[in-house]
Design a protein around this ligand. Structure first.
Ligand code: SPV
Ligand code: MG
Length: 585
């Protein structure tokens, strides 16, 4: 169902009368479930009328007893209960917006019929057609079937009862004449028509199973005179299933106002389904049946699935991708200072580091945040974020923690190490990058030189994630650095600091494709390799930067966004003190 067809019962119910008032022939097509209803409602072709191009379509839906019963595998003998018919009717109404005429069979006894009329009218059905046969009727089209006509006065009374309970003028009750089906004459049909019109019928349907239209045309000619005699103008309906060489235009010329194509979608679907089933049996595979099958995309489009997909995508874009913060690792250096708290809970200016990170992500519309907890899990507070526990945080690395949130990566994600204090603008700059994998790297690290011109050593043993840019790095005062041309050729802790161009700050973004490649590479490494891998002593312990290096080696482009300061890694007591001077409580 697509929501484009949504319509209220009041707006739909009156549409049939409006079409009849326009004076054109109302073209009606059978539907037996939601999907066939969608086809009837939506199918159009470009045709010609009076030499001019026109769009041709069906004007209304016929909810047929024959096709509703048959699609349930049942004979058309009023054996499918009206509650079940009402379910099909509702199913079709909920996915269409054109007027519906319901085949009411005999309508049951007058009490049954009154309830039927109120239910259909309330649903927004425009008309019900009931046939003047005795309950339970037999379908009209099979030769040799016994057809028992109802007493015409009893039937007229049933119509009168139905009309008496209608709540609006929009709803129509049309009387169906089965005289010709039961082998009676046109005269018999006319006598009955008169009786039913006098009983208040809003129109007449003349039915026939003859291959020739002659008898219905004869009836139509006399019907005009009958209406004149009664001083009424009431629409005339036909169902040209057997006499189907006559065109709609010819039927209109003979005085018909509504033409119903009563069973053709079900019959054509039946044939196609049987053919497809046989083709698969013959070939023992479905390849040969493909030409018989509609592409799934067509069906997805019709039932609104493509609309849902597009909305999901738009929502995803407006929500931003997921953000993942691996915060499971045990803190050793800061233990004397922060006790058993996880590092993410270190307070900077009185506010936990993680709270500051969540705020910076939220400012950037990254509200779907997952934090991977491990060490000190019970002391971790991440309001608004999902917490996933990594019970094996001692064995793996940041990467294995990150991998625990793999389901969040499906539409791309942002990864942020839990010990980074950063400006929210840095995330904003990253969010506009289009490349599949972008790592944020700092170029200020090269200015950190000791008295001898060497990069300073960290006396706590913390190793820096160094980066070497593929392009020669030219430090200069005025320069524009484009992310699309910034490509990492090497990343890792064992890179000679003298040759490194940047330092990875622990913030990265992956598109959907980037995330897929990232996960595929990781899973391949775990499955197919053993022992030392990149800088790790064992493949089971590879770090985030090891995997990035592996992807580079496999030919993936890893881009970088270059920043100059504006972040701080909280690694030791001096870092906290420095941060506290920047963010006063
Ligand atoms: C139906 O479509 O169910 C009808 C028309 O009543 S016919 O099958 O021709 O009787
Ligand atoms: Mg029927």
């Amino acid at each position: 169902m697509t929501l484009k067809q949504n319509i209220l019962p009041e707006a739909r119910r009156k549409k049939l009368k409006e079409l009849l008032q326009e004076g054109k022939l109302v073209r009606v097509m059978e539907a037996h479930n939601g999907l066939s209803g969608i086809i009837v409602n939506n199918v159009t072709i470009q045709g010609q009328k009076d030499g001019k191009p026109v769009t041709l379509e069906f004007d209304a839906l016929w909810e047929s007893s024959l096709t509703d019963s048959s699609s349930k595998g049942m004979p058309d003998i009023e054996i499918v209960s009206f509650d079940s018919r009402l379910q099909t009717i509702q199913e079709i109404l909920s996915v269409t917006n054109k007027p519906m005429i319901v085949d009411g069979d005999t309508g049951g006894d007058p009490n049954n019929f009154e309830y039927l009329v109120t239910k259909l009218e309330r649903l927004g059905v425009s008309a019900v057609i009931i046939e003047d046969k005795v309950f339970p009727k037999r379908n009209s089209l099979e030769d040799g079937t016994q057809q028992t006509l109802e007493n015409r006065h009893l039937f007229a009374n049933k119509i009168r009862r139905g009309k008496s309970v209608q709540a609006t003028d929009d709803f129509m009750i049309i009387a169906r004449l089965e005289s010709l089906i039961a082998g009676k004459s046109v005269k018999n049909a006319l006598k009955r028509a008169k009786c039913y019109l006098e009983g208040g019928a809003d129109g007449i349907m003349i039915h026939s199973k003859s291959k020739s239209p002659d008898e219905v045309l004869e009836f139509a000619a006399s019907y005009k005179d009958l209406c004149k005699e009664l001083g009424v103008t009431k629409p005339l309906v036909c169902v040209p299933t057997t006499y189907n060489q006559i065109t709609e235009a010819e039927l209109k010329t003979h005085g018909f106002n509504i033409v119903i194509h009563a069973n053709h979608l079900l019959r054509s679907a039946y044939k196609a389904m049987e053919e497809t089933a046989k083709t698969i049996l013959i070939n023992q595979r479905s390849y040969e049946a493909d030409p018989n099958c509609a592409p799934l995309k067509d069906i997805f489009g019709s039932v609104g699935f493509l609309d849902v997909k597009q909305k999901d995508q738009e929502e995803q874009v407006s929500k931003g991708p997921a953000a993942i913060i691996p915060a499971a690792g045990e803190e050793k250096v800061l233990k004397p200072y922060i006790g058993t708290k996880p590092k993410a809970m270190v307070e900077i200016g009185g506010i936990p580091l993680l709270t500051r990170q969540l705020k910076a992500l939220q400012i950037n519309k990254l509200t779907d945040v997952t934090v991977i907890a491990g060490y000190g899990k019970d002391q971790l507070e991440a309001r608004g974020a999902t917490i996933i526990e990594n019970k094996n945080y001692k064995e793996g690395s940041v990467l294995s923690s990150l991998y625990m949130a793999r389901e969040k990566m499906a539409n791309g994600f942002v990864m942020l190490f839990s010990d980074i204090l950063l400006e929210h603008h840095t995330i904003s700059k990253l969010m506009v990058c289009k490349e599949d994998i972008v790592l944020v790297v700092d170029n200020s690290f090269q200015y950190h030189k000791d008295a001898n011109g060497h990069p300073p050593k960290d006396n706590t043993g913390k190793k820096v994630d160094f980066v070497i840019s593929r392009n020669k790095h030219v430090p200069s005062r005025r320069r524009i650095s484009f992310v699309y041309e910034n490509i990492i050729s090497k990343i890792g802790k064992s890179i000679n600091p003298e040759t490194a161009t940047h330092e990875f700050i622990g913030l990265a973004k992956f598109t959907k494709t980037g995330a897929e490649n990232f996960l595929e590479t990781y899973e391949d490494c775990l499955k197919n390799y053993k022992g030392p891998f990149q800088e790790a002593e064992d493949v089971s312990k590879i770090s985030f930067t090891d995997l990035i290096q592996e992807m580079i080696d496999r030919g993936f482009n890893i881009n970088f966004l270059e920043i100059h300061k504006g972040w701080l890694e909280i690694h030791n007591r001096e870092d906290i003190e420095l941060a506290n001077t920047l963010f006063l409580p």
